[in-house]
Design a protein around this ligand. Structure first.
Ligand code: XIL
Length: 441
């Protein structure tokens, strides 16, 4: 029995060298080559010891992964991932989410089993975006994709985190035109050659869209808050903050929503509408606030974007806008300091709202190497420590996709918890079995 330092905690847990970490397709083994800790390497690899030491040197802090699977005091046995990701997060009062669709992460029994074993919440990756609700005749209807996903969730007691009601992207351009049938000769999404609708028209279109979404779901799955309706949250607005400090728009994205409203009050209206239709008109009378209403954005781990985001939230509070939660997408890379992710959560605490990590993925860069995947495991482990520290405000933590090959960022390097064979990556281990071995802080 050797002692291993759990970096970052200053605590010590016992660990057994040379034991396999189960749950990985390739077998990793703890070696004791370094005096100040252990590292992981692929035992099926023919690399020589010197090369191995190279990995050891590059990943000295990977010893943090060791106690996850090897603390003998753990209630979960070594390599016992039976609680899945949800076992880890639900114990903290946080839902464990995955972004997927009936046609992608749920299109085989194995994929469904993996989702059910690990997650208790799903965000529709695409089907509930504005464009997902309209056919070629601009008619509103629930799509089969949305219906299938809601049914899967309802049948399996999985929560749905809706995404998204109001967004500048994946919204048909005609939605913003004075004449919705005017021919848009500009092929760029989010830009139209046609005259834009005026504010009053957009207010009514937004209201109607949000009512239609709430009504369509409630018509088929029962009122929000009832046992058969799985929707517990919604991204009401998405990506409204500008990437740079644009004084002309007070730091807001100059989207077609912003332009047609000539201001950010389309955001205020969206929350008023969502609250009316999801939490009042189509809500179960026995539940006075069944759907938690989120604002969501990316790059909140960057201080400039975050400052503009917080300034918007301050204005929303001042206006009495009924929002319940603050979302952080966290599409990051191994070079993003995890301390910046923590700063994002810490800085938003003062609003006393729920927070959510809504779209987590961590690209490794290419080529994807064994060493990168281990480093990625360490990264997810650090994120998980942050999640533990901020559990009180966290509503859910969602990874943006089930397997690497289905990720929208797959070209940037294996960002998720499962590989394409549904095998658990080091990132999975780092995310799933921490609670039993989590050292006291
Ligand atoms: C992405 C999906 O993952 C892709 O399948 C789709 O082609 C484009 O949108 N921020 C968001 C998500 O809020 O809706 C985006 O999802 C990723 C960035």
């Amino acid at each position: 029995m050797k002692e291993v330092r759990a970096n970052g905690f200053g605590g010590r847990v016992a660990a057994e060298p040379n034991g396999p970490i189960r749950g990985l397709r390739k077998e990793y083994t703890i070696i004791n080559e370094e005096s100040d800790g252990y590292t992981l390497f692929n035992t099926t690899d023919e690399r020589g010891a010197s090369k191995r030491r190279g990995i050891v040197a590059a990943l000295a802090t990977v010893a943090m992964l060791v106690p996850l699977a090897f603390a003998p005091s753990a209630t979960a046995a070594e390599g016992d991932y039976s609680g899945g990701i949800k076992g880890e997060y639900n114990a903290l009062g946080i839902a464990a989410g995955v972004a997927t669709e009936a046609y992608s992460g749920l299109n085989s029994q194995e994929r469904q089993d993996t989702v059910l074993a690990n997650f208790n919440q799903i965000t529709p990756e695409n089907s509930m975006k504005p464009e997902g609700w309209y056919d070629g005749n601009h008619e509103f209807a629930m799509s089969d994709n949305t219906r299938s996903l809601l049914k899967f969730a309802s049948d399996n007691n999985i929560r749905i985190y809706g995404h998204v009601l109001v967004w500048y992207s994946q919204t048909p351009d005609w939605f913003f035109q004075a004449d919705e049938w005017c021919e848009d000769t500009n092929n760029t999404a989010g830009v139209t050659s046609c005259p834009l609708a005026d504010k009053a028209t957009m207010q009514e279109r937004q209201r109607q869209h949000i009512e239609n979404v709430a009504k369509a779901i409630s018509d088929e799955f029962g009122p929000f808050g009832s046992d058969t309706n799985p929707v517990v949250a919604f991204d009401v607005v998405n990506e409204t903050v500008n990437d740079t400090d644009n004084p002309d728009t007070n730091g807001m994205r100059n989207s077609l929503w912003y332009q047609t409203y000539d201001g950010e009050d389309y955001i205020y209206d969206a929350f008023e509408n969502a609250n009316t239709y999801f939490n009042e008109v189509y809500a179960d009378p026995s539940d006075d606030h069944p759907v938690t209403l989120f604002i969501n954005d990316y790059n909140t781990e960057q201080s400039g974007k975050r400052t503009r985001y917080a300034a918007l939230l301050d204005r929303m509070v001042a206006e009495g806008v009924p929002f319940d939660g603050i979302g952080h997408q966290f599409h990051v890379t191994l070079t993003t300091a995890t301390s910046n992710l923590e700063a994002a959560l810490t800085d938003m605490e003062r609003f006393n709202k729920k927070q959510a990590i809504t779209e987590l993925d961590v690209t490794t860069g290419t080529p994807v190497t064994e060493a990168k995947l281990i480093e990625q495991g360490q990264y997810y482990y650090e994120v998980n420590q942050i999640i533990h520290r901020h559990a009180a405000q966290l509503f859910s933590v969602t990874v943006w996709g089930l397997i690497d090959g289905l990720s929208w960022r797959s070209g940037e390097g294996a960002p998720l918890l499962f590989d394409d064979n549904l095998e658990k990556k080091p990132a999975y281990i780092a995310t799933s079995v921490i609670a039993p071995t989590f050292p006291s802080r």
